[in-house]
Design a protein around this ligand. Structure first.
Ligand SMILES: Nc1ncnc2c1ncn2[C@@H]1O[C@H](COP(=O)(O)OP(=O)(O)OP(=O)(O)O)[C@@H](O)[C@H]1O
Ligand SMILES: [Mg+2]
Length: 531
């Protein structure tokens, strides 16, 4: 079945071009208005890829993505060339990738296709992350899975070594056969040998019956030797024999037993160091180190933290049946700055406790235990820059929020008007005016602004539909108007609200300055710009 792509229309032109290119390449596409409920659109269409054509800085978008159910959708964002730190925006939104405009539709399709493939692999393995190190791990898993060669997985505690071992097994022809994990550090030498190779009845005190070892039980499947560097020297010799001959003896046994088992080994400490220190035999080291995978610690891939936080929050909210609204931006920043010595496992455990304990259903900065924050401060003395901090003060934020509201209301009205005829009275669209004053009109008063929009005709009178919530602003739309008219008027209104300041107007509208510039030309609005 064709892969599904959901395209948002923040940047109508980019969206339309991408839509045509994806359709041409055989994808099934759905376009969703920039002002539609993205979350419900994702639920409804269950896309393999979500393409955000613009507006990456909008907080409403962050909220929608935070709450969107499907982690199996790859998300590709198109940033404006004027957006500062697009990678940082991508990390905070948990995007799979961000491309900076201008991009060709072909480039968008090629990237989208790659992201979908990778997302599917992540769905099958449960290994999430957009860091280059994690992508390399995924690539290696794909390459290593089909063969039977020994694999060595190295990485600090909690980085996902067992997850990778299981993924290699699950993607291999051995899936459906046993996957058996043995921790070589957890038990004494005698017990470990008996555990791995089994024993004959009476071979040692307490061996009352013959017992099959893990190598026999894992026949045709995979054995995962965790903390292999902790294996006692005598057991190392026996393991070497299994790796070379594919056979072994049970403890106290005399008959060689042949098995077909793939060995995947893991270690928290670099195996080479253990070999150089004399703890691991060099011949075993070379036998184990045929194919190797390295898992980077979480502090070296902080950009993956929001993705993991969202995954774990959703997982535990569901498991413990807790209302969970998300993680506040401040809290997310603290989590991104912490040092995470226990890596993904530590993060996962913390999220579980916070989901259960956070009183408001939202994880806020104050819900994060002090030791996690301290770890961050010690680790990163210089706070990282964040786009939200660039907004100049509360007033501007207020105006931005008002404009976002306005956009939502315009769309809401458009939908309502589709259903029933509306009479409107305030006209502000050049080239749209008719004799009787109907069917042409636009934006009136911006919700939440304490003063009327300068330059708007007054009095502004608008028919409200009965369902329209008390206190919302006035937005007018006339039947027959095009999206371009709505856009033109929204831009004109933003320019009036900022007294012609192009940068502020672009910020309010959630588009890049260059896009705004282009649109000003397109709609012949240049005269309204102050600087
Ligand atoms: N990239 C990832 N995406 C999603 N979950 C992950 C990822 N990496 C690790 N986890 C989760 O983190 C937890 C720890 O992973 P795992 O047990 O595989 O780590 P480990 O390296 O074997 O740790 P240890 O060395 O302590 O045995 C698991 O719950 C695992 O599912
Ligand atoms: Mg482990």
């Amino acid at each position: 079945m064709a892969d599904r792509v959901l395209i948002t229309m923040e940047d109508l032109e980019a969206a339309v071009r991408a839509n045509a290119a994806f359709e041409g390449a055989g994808f099934r596409t759905t376009m969703v208005s920039a002002l539609d409920d993205l979350r419900s659109a994702i639920k409804r269409t269950d896309p393999d890829l979500v393409l955000l054509s613009g507006g990456l800085r909008e907080q409403s978008l962050a909220r929608a993505i935070e709450q969107a159910a499907g982690t199996h959708s790859a998300i590709l964002g198109l940033a404006e060339s004027t957006d500062a730190a697009p990678d940082e925006i991508a990390a905070l939104l948990g995007l799979s990738k961000v491309l900076v405009k201008p991009v060709t539709p072909d480039e968008v399709v090629a990237t989208g296709r790659r992201l979908i493939e990778r997302k599917k692999l992540q769905g099958r393995t449960g290994i999430l992350g957009e860091d280059a190190g994690v992508h390399e791990v995924l690539l290696k898993i794909e390459q290593m899975a089909p063969v039977s060669s020994t694999v060595l997985i190295q990485g600090e505690s909690g980085t996902g070594k067992e997850l990778v071992a299981k993924a290699i097994h699950d993607l291999s022809p051995r899936r459906g056969k046993p996957f058996i994990a043995v921790n070589c550090a957890a038990i004494t030498e005698t017990l470990l040998e008996s555990e791995l190779f089994g024993h004959e009845k009476g071979s040692f005190t307490g061996a009352a019956e013959r017992r099959l070892g893990m190598f026999e039980l894992a026949d045709a499947g995979t054995i995962f030797l965790d903390e292999v560097g902790e294996m006692p020297p005598a057991t190392q010799v026996k393991l070497l024999r299994v790796l070379e001959e594919r056979e072994f003896f049970r403890v106290g046994g005399t008959a060689a037993i042949k098995v077909d088992v793939r060995v995947v080994a893991a270690t928290n400490r670099p195996l080479r160091e253990l070999m150089e220190a004399g703890a691991v035999r060099s011949d075993l080291y070379y036998r184990l180190n045929v194919l190797s995978v390295y898992l980077p610690p979480l502090r070296e891939r902080r950009g993956d933290i929001p993705i993991l936080v969202r995954l774990f929050s959703r997982e535990f909210a569901k498991l413990h049946d807790r209302p969970f609204k998300g993680v506040s931006p401040d809290a997310m920043r603290i989590l991104m700055e912490s040092s995470w010595p226990g890596n993904v496992r530590q993060l996962r455990n913390l999220i579980e406790s916070m989901v259960v304990l956070s009183p408001s259903g939202e994880v806020r900065a104050e819900d994060i235990p002090p030791e996690i924050r301290e770890a961050g401060r010690r680790y990163l003395p210089v706070p990282t820059a964040h786009p939200a901090r660039e907004f100049a003060g509360q007033e501007l934020q207020y105006i931005i929020n008002s404009l976002l509201d306005l956009r939502l209301q315009v769309e809401d009205l458009r939908r309502r008007i589709d259903e029933r005829h509306h009479r409107v009275e305030y006209i502000d669209v050049p080239g749209q005016e008719t004799e009787d004053g109907e069917n042409r009109v636009l934006v009136g008063r911006v919700s939440g602004l304490s003063h009327p929009v300068p330059g708007s005709r007054s009095p502004v009178t608008v028919q409200r539909s009965a369902e329209h919530a008390e206190g919302t602003g006035d937005v007018v739309y006339a039947e027959g108007m095009k999206m371009a008219d709505v856009e033109r008027a929204a831009i004109a209104s933003a320019l009036r609200a900022t007294r012609g300041n192009r940068r502020k107007a672009a910020e309010m509208l959630g588009i890049g300055e260059r896009t705004l510039y282009r649109k000003l030309k397109e709609y012949h609005l240049e005269g309204e710009v102050s600087s």
